[in-house]
Design a protein around this ligand. Sequence first.
Ligand code: 3HC
Ligand code: NAI
Length: 693
Amino acid sequence: MTAINEVADLSYEGEIAILTLNSPPVNALAAPVRDGLSLGVKQAAANPEAKAIVIICLGRTFIAGADITEFGKPPKGASLLDTISTMEDAAIPVIAAIHGTALGGGLEVALACHYRVAVPSAKCGLPEVNLGLLPGAGGTQRLPRAIGPEMALGMVTSGEHIGAAHCLKLGLLDAVVEEGKLREGAVAFARQVIDEKRSLRRLRDIDDKLIAARARPEMFQQFRQVNAKKFRGFQSPESNIRCIEAAVNLPFDEGIKVERKLFMELMSGVQSAAQRYAFFAERAVWKLPDVPDDTPTLPVAKVGVIGAGTMGGGIAMNFLNAGIPVTIVETRQDALTRGLVTIRMNYENTVKRGRLTMPDVEKRMALLKGTLSLDDLADRDLIIEAVFENMELKKEVFGKLDKIAKQGAILATNTSYLNVDEIASATTRPESVIGWHFFSPANVMRLLEVVRGARTSKPVIATSMQMARKIGKVAALVGVCPGFVGNRMLAQRQREAQKLILEGVMPWDVDRVLYHFGFPMGPFQMSDLAGLDIGWSKEKSTSSTIREILCEMDRRGQKTGAGFYDYDADRNAKMSPVVEKIILEFAAKKGITRRAINDAEILERCIYPMINEGAKILEEGKAIRASDIDVVWINGYGWPVYRGGPMFFGDTMGLDKVLAKMRQFESEMGPEFAPSKLLEKLADEGKRFLDMR
Ligand code: 3HC
Ligand code: NAI
């Protein structure tokens, strides 16, 4: 065995050269890996004894892509395009042997090989689009030659990871070999290639699938139309589509030029910077400064959920999906039955969409038990309370749990706003109490705010984060304050939205601006969807806000056919003349002189106070890092990932600009705009939230 460099070595099995890469954790294509590949292939190809080269990786995966940490830094070593040309131009067959995931630049390396083999568990994908990029090492030109432009369009714009069996069918792989025997399988395949004197299959020279596609030029426009909603606001899907179009219509080398130009444009843009930041932000959340990785965790084999309403049902489904048995408690049989039926219905709807089978549903439902007695939670390792948002009730439930739950059990509350420490005070074991704030629908939304109380123990925190990961959530550890991170910042936006409609604009103006910013919907559309009557009661209503007036008129949102908007039978929203009149009359009654407010002010009024609140949250130590706040907003509130989250957006705008606006608003409108000390400090020092690490 010969070492090529610190990450690559070359060995031989008879006439077959085996180039092995070992660059943990994911064999990303950093400079040494690129150098190892180029030099290794050159050296093997120059050996007159060698008849084929197998490229294989050690560790958990084949190459998972370019090294994202290198982006934006000065280039070092062999370029990826040159490395890939060296492989493709080799005079003897080069075979990629894939396990784990061949992603991005990793799949591009494999596509430059003459053949590809993989184990059944392997997956291939071009996920660059999720980083605001496109495959920039020939992937957009070689992939459509391998699998046809229609399939390639889907792959590059979704970033989906495709399993080996499907890849084989598509023509992306040439063989699937026995699990656990990749090296032997790849060597046997190489021998077959040599024995059968197969040609060097260079994808760049193969264009039968492209010729067929040239007869269907309309497919690109159709693809754009079908996916318009999904791609809205993102730049990279369109650039990816244009590259596949170039592959179909231009010679290979010209197509590569288009790919390079569009790749460089995306790479230097703010969207990709935001999406790459989000990638690392989602991985940073698990790193807890005062709860090290070796903190002991508690075993969680059985879960209890209290309340089978909107949240309780969804929460239970997360654990059932992970194969963990759940007992769910209600106060009345009808509520329990309704909760259990809803869970089953949700699963059966997933079956209808083809994403689950009926036996899967039965397996999950068999893990679920409903009960009317809290005593049935005595053997549970983790109990999550999701009863009504009422402090007295929650304290009563926790007081009872304290007597019932076994020692060491984690007692979690799904409260949205209430003080976790006060809830914990109803028990004799506050160290076991923690907030698990799920988002609705709890079985779908990826975000979980894990709320540490003043006395929550480190093992309880570590176990909560570990379990969150196990059930597929992205969790941010936050501190106790009203609304925690997400809802606390949301309250700023909601307050300004309500003020804006009295001062001069209409709900649809605010919604339009926030929709164009990239949110899936604006605050008034969101209220109509959720129901205006959350927390409203007829008895206590005094017509003191627009919302109260609308509820009193039974305009309680989409469910009653009217709210801030009017709705037709298909729930299409229309601007409402009735609401317009109510707003104008209400503003007049309050003595507000309405004025023209432009879109820029709407946006600044809604977003800048959120950034300022985020700064206060950091100042108070209620979030560990600015990027955790961004993870909350991207995964829990539909903040457009291509804008990186509110804190990243503040950095992009320039904190001096944000501060200047907050000061201006404070002097014009009042103390709710008072800038946080942290914002002032960072702006004065010319720094960003990102610099705080
Ligand atoms: N570059 C640099 N670091 C990477 C990386 C990459 N491409 N992929 C993963 N890592 C790092 C992660 O940041 C993490 O670091 P940490 O432990 O310090 O937090 C570590 O590797 C392990 O990653 P995960 O925690 O994500 O491990 P998983 O096992 O859950 O997932 C994975 C593995 C599926 C490979 C996942 O990491 C992933 O999706 N990686 C990104 C793949 C990707 O986007 N590739 C395309 C890159 S762009 C490109 O190739 C451009 C080219 O076309 C020119
Ligand atoms: P819900 O009203 O849909 O369900 C609450 C359920 O708890 C009801 O079925 C009720 O019968 C049951 N319940 C009440 N007292 C009980 C008791 N003593 N023992 C057992 N069951 C009892 O309410 P929802 O929306 O599910 O909210 C529950 C909690 O989750 C609240 O704290 C809420 O703030 C929080 N939350 C709600 C979100 C949402 O979007 N709905 C999002 C995140 C958190």
